[in-house]
Design a protein around this ligand. Structure first.
Ligand SMILES: *Cc1c(COP(=O)(O)O)cnc(C)c1O
Length: 227
């Protein structure tokens, strides 16, 4: 577990360097530790080191970890594909959902969010490279879904999320991130006030930060390879 906290320190330094290099204010990029298929002890080690933001892909695994963590100061992000029969668990346990791509899911999350809880923070997942294999809505449909989600009482629409196709050249990696940032800019120019770009993973987070990422989702660089 020493390893994971060491990695945390290194990644925080990389993030700070990339943020500075992009000419962006210190602290403007938040690190989400993607803990899917990683043991609870690793999460607790990071929490003991002061880390708060965690991302999970699978509903049952995530809910179990939330319940077993024994801590109520952690912030849990759901980042997996969400089926409509699992929305209640997510609405009741998580603080964020980054993968909303249809109104039906958004409506259920809003209805099922407990009345006494803060509204659930939402990002719309955009299929930025128009890949058949990926979830997410197409670029043309973003404005309409954003408008509809913004009306739902128990949701707080925060921004956009994407998972681009793999590119190895850093300059190429920036292209889809720039596209997502432009879409966010258009929504804000049209009157919304969205503050979140959830983009960048282990292999491409520096490119994402250059293009305005506010949350980077990092698993492998932090925890090592998943089984
Ligand atoms: C697994 C996953 C990540 C983390 O990926 P790494 O390459 O391990 O950093 C980020 N975002 C999503 C949506 C994921 O499923």
């Amino acid at each position: 577990m020493i390893k994971v906290t060491e990695n945390l320190g290194k990644i925080q330094e990389f993030l700070a360097t990339a943020t500075r290099a992009a000419g962006r204010p210190e602290g403007s990029v938040q690190l989400m530790a993607v803990s899917k298929r990683q043991p609870l002890q690793a999460i607790l080690a990071l929490a003991a080191a002061g880390h708060r933001e965690f991302g999970e892909n699978f509903v049952q695994e995530g809910v179990d970890k939330i319940n077993q963590s024994g801590r109520d100061d952690l912030v849990w992000h759901f980042i997996g594909h969400l089926q409509s029969n699992k929305t209640r668990q997510v609405a009741e346990h998580f603080h964020w959902v980054h993968t909303v791509d249809r109104l039906k899911i958004a409506r259920r999350l809003s209805e099922q969010r407990p009345a006494q809880a803060e509204p659930l923070n939402i990002c719309l997942q955009v299929n930025i490279d128009s890949e058949d294999s990926k979830s997410g809505l197409s670029v043309e449909d973003v404005a309409a879904l954003a408008a509809a989600v913004a009306e739902l009482p128990q949701l707080n629409l925060r921004g956009l999320m994407c998972i681009p196709r793999v590119r190895h050249d850093p300059a190429e990696q920036r292209i889809p991130f720039r596209r997502l940032a432009n879409i966010l800019g258009q929504l804000n120019a049209a009157g919304m006030s969205l503050d979140t770009l959830s983009m960048g993973m282990t292999a491409d987070y520096a490119a994402a930060i250059s293009e305005g990422a506010t949350i980077v989702r990092i698993g492998t660089a932090l925890f090592g390879a998943r089984d």
